[in-house]
Design a protein around this ligand. Structure first.
Ligand code: ATP
Ligand code: NCN
Length: 193
């Protein structure tokens, strides 16, 4: 296998319907705690587990309001590659960028939901994964099926900066101060007004 000496890039996939400060909280943790060179905001064409969403370009416009720093960029690669499943995206990225050190970033609600993803174990086998704690169901995420099954590959939070250089499977759970914002709460507020 080729040694990975290229840039370290956080892959931060989302529906972003709309994007909000909770997303910045996750992406900022990628630069600050994981010490990544860049974070790519991957606008999902359509989360396979969610009902139909507004267009990816309309959702991406909401990220513009967050004033991203230079080290973060918005990516429509999943639309271009016609992938909806993370495992398929990672296969294509690995072929396109063989030396890049990718880290996949998710909120803890997604860790709890991951048994419903396509080939979730393969996702863990392909890239290091960073989970950012989120209010809601913290125990479900921390003690759920994925956390239990992957317990042997967990890196202590204090060593999160080293995650990018770990061989998969390897993951960490960042507790950090919690951020309670969600897109569904924002949508509900707009509907109510
Ligand atoms: N406040 C937050 N803290 C930690 N992770 C978050 C937060 N908000 C979103 N995320 C994570 O960001 C990624 C993209 O989230 P998404 O675009 O679905 O927003 P959302 O607020 O979860 O949306 P919805 O409420 O519609 O489900 C997911 O991995 C999600 O877990
Ligand atoms: O691969 C899957 O089966 C899968 C199932 C659900 C969600 N995902 C990915 O998880 C990321 C976060 O999704 P969301 O809707 O919670 O923002 C986004 O990049 C989705 O493509 C992936």
């Amino acid at each position: 296998m080729m040694a990975k000496s290229g840039p370290s890039i956080g892959l931060f996939g989302g529906s972003f319907n709309p994007a909000h400060a909770g997303h910045r909280h996750v992406a900022d943790a990628g630069l600050r705690e994981l010490q990544l060179d860049q974070v790519w905001w991957l606008v999902s064409p359509q989360n396979p587990l969610k009902s139909a969403q507004p267009s990816a370009s309309d959702r991406a416009k909401t990220i513009d309001n967050l004033d991203l720093p230079y080290a973060m960029r918005i990516s429509h690669i999943e639309t271009r590659l016609k992938t909806r499943y993370t495992v398929d995206l990672l296969c294509q990225l690995r072929a396109q960028y063989p030396t890049t050190r990718f880290v996949y970033m998710i909120g803890s609600d997604n860790l709890a939901q991951m048994p419903r993803w396509k080939d979730w174990q393969t996702v863990f086998d392909m890239v290091p994964v960073a989970v950012i704690a989120r209010p809601g169901a913290p125990l479900k995420a921390r003690l759920g099926q994925v956390a239990r099954q992957m317990a042997g590959s967990r890196l202590p939070e204090q060593q999160a900066h080293a995650l990018k250089d770990c061989s998969a499977p390897c993951w960490t759970y960042l507790t950090l101060p919690l951020n309670s914002i969600s897109s569904s709460a924002i949508r509900a507020k707009h509907t109510a007004n």
